[in-house]
Design a protein. Structure first.
Lengths: 117, 173, 331
């Protein structure tokens, strides 16, 4: 428990620092608003279409691959911390795990999901 | 009430509150933010119950990975808000019934379990103990998980490619 | 009760000192970067505010504080206001697990020179780093601007891609040290810093760290020639300042992580431990600046190729090889 108290205080201090800076800038800074200034920046042109554009489906695929390999990493961490005690059995166990997911990576790679033209 | 009990109820209130906010928001990006907060609270709960490793993994996987994916989806399919889309009553009714059933079961479990009111002994599982348990006792499950992940990877790829072919060549980003 | 209050005060003073150090270091890292880049390009760099432009960071802060804080029309006001704080806040929290030196004895009590020594310290740093993605993604999304949105989606995709190789590259370190605690990892390098044992992991980690901090050659989320400023296009005043500060604090933090994981942390002969740590962090930071002055920006497809086809398989291979060697060499 006590190990996280400093983290909590650090969080409070960091938020206070960031908040203080932002508060200071809103107090000190000038406030001159006119319509053209409040438009989103588009190199001086007035924006005509909504900026919510559509994205390539590949960003979504990358996100999903990330989730899957992140879960893999999460299984590797506890094995790594106990690597010395688990010995040969643990090593083989983990190698099977990693190789199966390496096959997954290879499959994704060969099917061209990692290519961006 | 002990300090732990006090903290437990605070964290539980944060989780329930943020989840309730997530369910009732119309703006999907706000939903994601409240869900991240809810997962963060769950991580704190794990820590309070003596599982620091699980707490950190909860943040890494749920808050750091899965919610980023949700954010991607929301940004990609352009449904920022569901102003017009209020689900009809015939869709809401089963959801409410199942939700009520779930709540009832949970309450029954909490009431019916012997020793449910007893305070937990303060135990903590260090990362090493957790690893020993997982890799010693459940080695076969680990291999099954890898196969599951592999299947997920292949399924995702094929679904994603199908969608990409339907949409034709879209060049963006 | 009295000792408890005394301990609390010592703790808060220590944390304030560390935060102050981090802020000042980040501010002067900006100065170092501008000066060093200028010399690389045969310019003088900032030299008007104070001697050698040493007061430049102060002048920058004053300037940013006195600028107007503009929230563009159509922006999601709450998220727009909060996003920069997420970037800076997660960067500060990551530094919490970096050990700064040996335990200090002050007024008869031992004060550990680390904010906190968690037994999951390394994973805590990664968890905070993975939350930092939200600052970029939400900041760009909330701006209601095309450049910002493009920058933020690029930034999020880039950060998650390199998080994988970043996370897997340190697995061999954890295997060697047998712990996630940063203090234990520093202690495990008593004889030999891990850079000599794990050079491949070091290279993967440093490249991934550069991508995570979104610096040249990996600065596609804010590529100024095509996206103006990417995800922080619409930000002004100190809110922009917080994004900027967050980037430099992240540089310091990753410098600290490289120092702790590969360069032996605060260990070193003759000089005091804290000085060694600062020297090592500066070495990493100056290396990053030098890279910025040398390399052009990579293309998006190259970025993804480096991350997914080079660093990720190499990191996995490194885990396997380290495991096999460790088994063969252990009796």
């Amino acid at each position: 428990m006590s190990a996280y108290v400093p983290v909590l205080i650090m969080l409070v201090l960091a938020v206070a620092t960031a908040g203080g800076m932002i508060y200071a800038t809103t107090v000190i800074g000038p406030k001159k608003q006119f319509p053209d200034k409040m438009e989103p920046f588009e190199c001086g042109e007035s924006p005509i279409v909504s900026p919510k554009l559509r994205f390539n489906v590949k960003f979504y695929l990358i996100g999903l691959f990330f989730v899957i390999f992140d879960i893999e990493a999460v299984f590797v961490y506890p094995w790594a911390v106990l690597f010395k005690d688990l010995g040969l059995f643990g090593f083989i166990e983990m190698m099977v795990f990693i190789v199966i997911l390496a096959i997954g990576l290879l499959y994704v790679w060969r099917r061209g999901a990692l290519e961006w033209e | 009430m002990t300090l732990y009990g006090f903290l437990f109820y605070i964290v539980a209130a944060i989780i329930i509150g943020s989840t309730a906010m997530a369910v009732t928001r119309r703006n999907l990006v706000h939903v994601v933010i409240y869900l991240v907060l809810s997962f963060f609270g769950t991580a704190m709960l794990f820590y309070l119950l003596g599982a620091p490793m699980l707490a950190v993994l909860e943040v890494i996987i749920y808050a750091g990975a899965i919610m980023v994916l949700f954010l991607f989806v929301i940004m990609m399919i352009r449904v920022d808000s569901l102003e017009e889309v209020i689900p009809p009553f015939r869709q809401r009714l089963p959801a409410m019934l199942l939700g009520g059933l779930y709540l009832g079961c949970a309450l029954l479990m909490a009431r019916g379990t012997p020793g449910a009111g007893a305070s937990l002994p303060l135990l903590t599982a260090s990362p090493k103990e957790l690893a020993l348990y997982v890799f010693g006792e459940h080695w076969f499950t680990i291999e099954l998980v890898s196969l599951l992940l592999l299947a997920a990877l292949m399924g995702v790829l094929n679904l994603g490619r199908m969608k990409a072919d339907e949409a034709g060549k879209e060049k963006s980003a | 009760m009295l000792t408890w209050i005394a301990g609390f005060i010592v703790l808060v003073v220590k944390l304030v000192a560390i935060l102050f150090f981090l802020l000042m270091a980040a501010a002067y890292l900006v100065w170092v970067e501008r000066k060093f880049l200028a010399r690389l390009q045969l310019r003088y760099g900032p030299n008007r505010a104070g001697k050698f432009g040493l007061l430049q960071p102060l002048a920058d802060v004053v300037k940013m504080l006195t600028k107007e804080d503009v929230v563009p029309d159509g922006a999601d006001r709450v998220i727009f206001r909060l996003a920069p704080a997420v970037v800076a806040g997660t960067a500060f929290l990551m530094f919490a697990v970096v050990p700064l030196g040996r335990d200090l004895t002050l007024f008869g009590r031992s004060v550990p020179l680390v904010v906190t020594d968690l037994n999951v310290g390394l994973l805590f740093a990664f968890a905070m780093s993975s939350l930092g993605v939200y600052g970029i993604a939400l900041g760009g999304w909330a701006s209601n601007s095309k450049y910002a949105l493009l920058g933020s989606i690029r930034g999020a995709a880039q950060m998650i891609s390199y998080e994988l190789s970043l996370g897997l590259s340190i697995v061999p370190i954890v295997m060697l040290a047998g712990s996630f605690s940063m203090v234990d990892i520093v202690n495990a390098q008593k004889g030999l810093p891990f850079i000599f044992v794990q050079p491949l992991a070091f290279v993967i980690f440093v490249i991934s760290a550069m991508a995570e901090t979104k610096r040249i050659p990996f600065d596609l989320p804010e590529a100024e020639n095509e996206l103006n400023a990417g995800y922080h296009t619409e930000y002004s005043g100190m809110r922009f300042g917080l994004f900027f500060l967050g980037e430099y604090v992240t540089m310091m933090v990753f410098g600290g992580l490289v120092a702790v994981l590969f360069l032996g942390g605060w260990r070193g002969p003759w000089l005091p431990p804290f000085v060694w740590l600062v020297i090592k962090i500066l070495l990493v930071a100056v290396f990053m600046i030098w890279v910025r002055g040398t390399l052009p920006r990579v293309r998006w497809d190259q970025l993804m190729t480096i991350g997914w086809k080079a660093l990720l398989p190499l990191a996995l291979l490194n885990v396997i090889v380290t495991g096999a060697l460790g088994l063969i060499m252990s009796p």
